[in-house]
Write a new protein. Structure first.
Lengths: 526, 440
């Protein structure tokens, strides 16, 4: 930043693009009234009509201008011409027409170039470069005529055919022009714009009648929009009502939109602060003293601020609030980009496909979700977590989830019903019953055998002792029962193990940022 | 599937080892007691009468229905513990028609050799009771070759016993006895008529046994034949008067040897067998409470008509006196009808005889009147009590018993009329004989 001084010895503030603001007190005003001229420039923003444009419109104008400029620099002249013409259709500034004409010239379309320049003059007959444009039109007319002559000349076998003149090969001034918007508060102030015609010209001094190397190119009242060629200019806001004169140098670059604003009513020299942040919906509090009662804006946001120390607080959903102090001096143009750090926790927004689902981390119950209810929001520390998700009648789901810091991870548990085990349980019950009965019969048969062996050892065992038949059939029953029980056991085991259904799974959605509170106004860039 | 693989061997092992049923087949094939199957029509009174026959390798037993009824079956027992439970012949006391009618004696007998009135000699016969064969009446004899005939009885017996029996009007019980010998005499008694008579070997002529002083009441209620070194002796009990009358039968007719008297009921049951191993059959005599073994040799040495009255000294002839006592699971001697059936034989194959005494109303394993057979050794001590694993209340096991030979020992055939059962008891002691498949 370079600081100059105005005629009262107050400092100039040279900002970013080389533009210079000056302020001075209005000559006829009471001594207590100090007028401050603050020239703001916002190269990054577009302009509108001669009236102050809304920020969105300025951005659109700037976007169109830069789109055309970019295409032009890439050598895509026809596309660049269409971009400028499109810009003019939306925002009828004559700079679009001039640039479109240049592009047509470069694309060897003299008729289109002619139309564009003619429209330019029609739109802004007092343009500073009107003579030059008229000269271009003459040259274009000659060229067009030469082309027609070449087209209508009979073909000759004796001599060479007339060569078609190529406009693209014709040396022309192909410099893009820029739109310069000069505004004041209040409006209606007289504006004089001088262009430095000599590179070694001395600095412009308003009190001097003759400033060699400077020439007056426009005299308007504010607000005014001007189509200017690349170069250094000097803006003079003459005495207006009770306000003093104000002036500043400006450098106009090719294919841009420049906006200058002089606030004549301020008693102090204001600075411009613009705060940007990559985080979405970042709310900016300026000198709010931590109360969060009055939001300054939503990043990116720029605004005139009083010179001095300002407390800047940025808050964004999912981020740790940032707090810092910024020193803004008069006429300062400060651009601050703040990087916020995400909060340590994240939110898992959970729902599922079962009527009721419980979520555990290890043995810790985290919450449950029911069908029809809003998604369950689990606030968890960022990082991996082992979740155990359970739903009655459904397969348990054990999975690891990586909780994003400061973000919402929507997940849906696709709970798959457990494979019906009715047949398996029936078979198992039969197996148990059969094996149980078989065990009973086996034990009983053993008991009977022991009794019979004792009888035999006593010599009393009778051949018709019914316990022999009883034990015999008990043994057969036990064997049959064991066999059947084993078969049913195997079937039950198979049917317990068999599971044709897929496992439950957790479907992860796209991570989302935290939403701002409902009363937040998410504005555009300033 | 891993679980199934683990379970399957366990199940198979359990099935293979824990529950094989053929172990019961093995038990059934070698039971120490073989129950004889009653033929059709004999299910109710089966085992009420019993007789045994031993002739060389032919060992059989006759099991009949109630006395005075018809129907008796013969079972072949063999000599090697291979008794057939099914009857070999069920027509040993038929009642087909008036010309083929038999009524069982209370105690049948067997004859290795029998001669029919036609003069034909028959082998392996049972004298089952009284009856009519064609037109002849008398004692009914059925033989192994299916021959059936009667031998004459004294006229009074025919009129008072045989004919009423054939008429179905009720008749006195007849008891029969013979020796375990090929030339056995046959003795018969009718206690109700105080009558006894006998047949010499191979004879079908009845010879009356008379008492000089007159037959006492119940004379002939029990009879026995003893082969002694001095000759054949016939014993006739008169339990009503507690007398035992002895006769010599040397082929020339009966000669009264004398009379023994004993406690009440003396002479109730008689059985012959060589108890003391002296080669002479001894006589087991039961009374209402005890059993006495009377020396056959001493009896044989008694002089003919030594005493006209009943004056012989019992004590001088008795070898052993057997009293009922609890043994094993057999209890309650009082009222056990100890001595209701008797047999003298070598049941354990040790060369010394034991005495089997039926006590059909003993309590066994808590079952009243289940019945048991007590076995006594020479010393008169109880060494065994026989009953079966199926013995139950009221079975009256031991109501009838008979000793039969095996190749190495004697066995018992015992009936339990209360259960309509008859069993062949192979093992001699409660601990088992320990030397045969059925008695390990």
């Amino acid at each position: 930043m370079h600081l100059g001084r105005n005629e009262q010895g107050e400092p100039w503030t040279r900002l970013g693009g080389g533009q210079r603001f000056a302020w001075h007190r209005f000559a006829g005003a009471p001594g207590r009234l100090a007028f401050t001229l603050l020239v703001l420039f916002a190269i990054a923003f577009g302009t509108g009509s001669s009236r102050a444009e809304q920020p969105d419109a300025l951005s659109a104008i700037r976007a169109k201008m830069e789109e055309g400029q970019g295409l032009f620099l890439a050598g895509k002249y026809a596309e660049a011409a269409r971009a400028f013409e499109s810009g003019y259709a939306s925002h009828p500034y004559s700079a679009f027409l001039f640039n479109a004409g240049v592009c047509h010239q470069k694309s060897n379309s003299p008729e289109a170039a002619q139309q564009a320049f003619e429209a330019y003059l029609a739109k802004d007959p007092h343009a500073p470069d009107a003579p030059d444009v008229k000269k271009r039109l003459v040259e274009l007319a000659a060229l067009i005529a030469a082309r027609k002559a070449a087209e209508t000349a009979p073909a000759s076998t004796d001599g060479p055919a007339l060569e078609q003149p190529n406009l693209a090969e014709t040396p022309v001034d192909s410099t893009m022009k820029s739109l310069v918007v000069v505004e004041t508060e209040p409006e209606g102030a007289p504006l004089s714009l001088y262009r430095r015609s000599m590179d070694d010209a001395a600095p412009f001094v308003a009190e001097r009648k003759d400033n060699p190397g400077w020439e007056l190119v426009a005299a308007r009242t504010t607000p005014a929009d001007l189509t200017l060629a690349v170069g250094r200019y000097h803006v003079v806001i003459d005495k207006f009502r009770e306000f003093n004169r104000s002036e500043t140098d400006i450098d106009v670059s090719a294919g841009h939109v420049h906006q200058f604003k002089a606030n004549l009513s301020q008693g102090a020299f204001l600075g411009f602060l613009r705060v940007s942040c990559a985080a979405k919906n970042t709310r900016i509090y300026l000198d709010d003293d931590g109360q969060r009662q009055s939001m300054w804006g939503v990043a990116p946001h720029g605004e005139l601020v009083k010179p001095g120390e300002h407390k800047l607080i940025l808050e964004a959903p999912g981020y740790v609030p940032s707090e810092q102090t910024v020193m803004i001096e008069a006429g300062d143009n400060r651009e601050i980009n703040v990087e916020l750090e995400r909060v340590a926790h994240g939110v898992v927004r959970f729902d599922g496909t079962a009527p009721e689902i419980a979520v555990y981390e290890g043995d810790v119950f985290l919450g449950s979700w029911r069908e029809g209810a809003p998604a369950l929001e689990l606030h968890l520390p960022g990082g991996p977590h082992q979740l155990h998700i359970r739903a009655r009648g459904h397969k348990d789901l054990r999975t690891e989830i990586d909780v994003p810091r400061g973000q919402i991870l929507p997940v849906r548990a696709n709970m798959v019903k457990k494979y019906p085990r009715g047949a398996a349980w029936t078979q198992a019950a039969l197996a148990v019953a059969l094996i149980g009965a078989s065990t009973y019969f086996a034990v009983e048969s053993d008991n009977l055998e022991n009794q019979l062996l004792r009888e035999r050892s006593l010599g009393t065992l009778s051949s018709t002792d019914p316990r022999m038949d009883q034990g015999y059939w008990y043994s057969i029953g036990a064997n049959g029962g064991f066999a059947l029980g084993g078969i049913f056991g195997l079937l039950a085991t198979y049917n317990f193990i068999r599971d044709p259904y897929p496992d439950s799974e957790l479907r992860r959605g796209k991570k989302m940022d935290f939403k701002p509170p409902a009363d937040d106004v998410v504005g555009g860039a300033q | 599937m891993n679980a199934a693989r683990r379970i399957a061997p366990v199940l198979l092992l359990a099935a293979a080892l824990g529950c094989s049923w053929d172990r019961f087949d093995a038990l059934r094939d070698g039971t120490p007691v073989v129950d004889l199957s009653p033929p059709a029509g004999m299910e109710l009174d089966f085992g009420a009468t019993l007789a045994g026959l031993a002739a060389g390798d032919r060992t059989s037993v006759l099991v009949g229905s109630a006395p005075q009824s018809s129907g008796a079956s013969v079972y072949l027992l063999g000599l090697d513990e291979d008794a057939a439970a099914a009857a070999a012949d069920s027509n040993y006391c038929p009642a087909s028609n008036d010309s083929r009618m038999c009524h069982l004696a209370a105690q049948p007998a067997s004859l290795q050799i029998a001669v029919s009135p036609s003069g034909r000699t028959r082998a392996n016969c049972f004298v089952t009771g009284v009856g009519r064969a064609v037109s002849d009446v008398g004692l009914w004899i059925s033989c192994e070759d299916t021959a059936e005939f009667t031998i004459p009885v004294p006229a009074d017996i025919e009129s008072e016993v045989v004919e009423p029996a054939l008429a179905g009007s009720g008749s006195p019980d007849v008891v029969l006895a013979s020796e375990r010998a090929s030339d056995s005499a046959l003795v018969a008694g009718v206690g109700e008529l105080s009558r006894a008579f006998y047949y010499e070997p191979s004879s079908f002529t009845p010879l009356d046994l008379t008492v000089a002083a007159g037959a006492p009441a119940s004379f002939g209620a029990a009879v026995a034949v003893l082969g002694t070194a001095s000759g054949r002796v016939l014993a006739v009990g008169a339990p009503g008067v507690a007398e035992l009358h002895l006769f010599a039968a040397d082929g020339t007719g009966p000669v009264q040897l004398g009379c023994l008297t004993g406690p009440d009921g003396f002479g109730r049951t008689l059985a012959a067998g060589d108890f003391d191993g002296d080669g002479s059959a001894d006589l087991a005599v039961s009374d209402d409470a005890e059993v006495r073994i009377v020396s056959g040799q001493l009896i044989g040495e008694l002089p003919a008509a030594a005493a006209a009255g009943c004056t012989l000294s019992l004590d001088s002839l008795v070898l052993s006196t057997l009293s009922c006592s609890n043994f094993g699971e057999a209890r309650d001697c009082a009222g056990s009808r100890f001595g209701g059936a008797l047999a003298i034989a070598d049941f354990d194959g040790d060369g010394e005889a034991e005495v089997a005494v039926g006590a059909p109303r003993m309590t066994v394993r808590g079952h009243e009147d289940a019945g048991a057979v007590l076995v006594f050794d020479r010393a008169g001590a109880v060494v065994d009590a026989r009953y079966t694993s199926t013995t139950g209340p009221g079975h009256l096991f031991g109501a009838r018993l008979v000793a039969l030979p095996q190749s190495d020992r004697d066995i018992l055939a015992v009936t339990a009329p209360g259960a309509a059962a008859a069993s062949v008891v192979y093992c001699a002691t409660l601990a088992g004989s320990g030397n045969s498949p059925r008695c390990p």
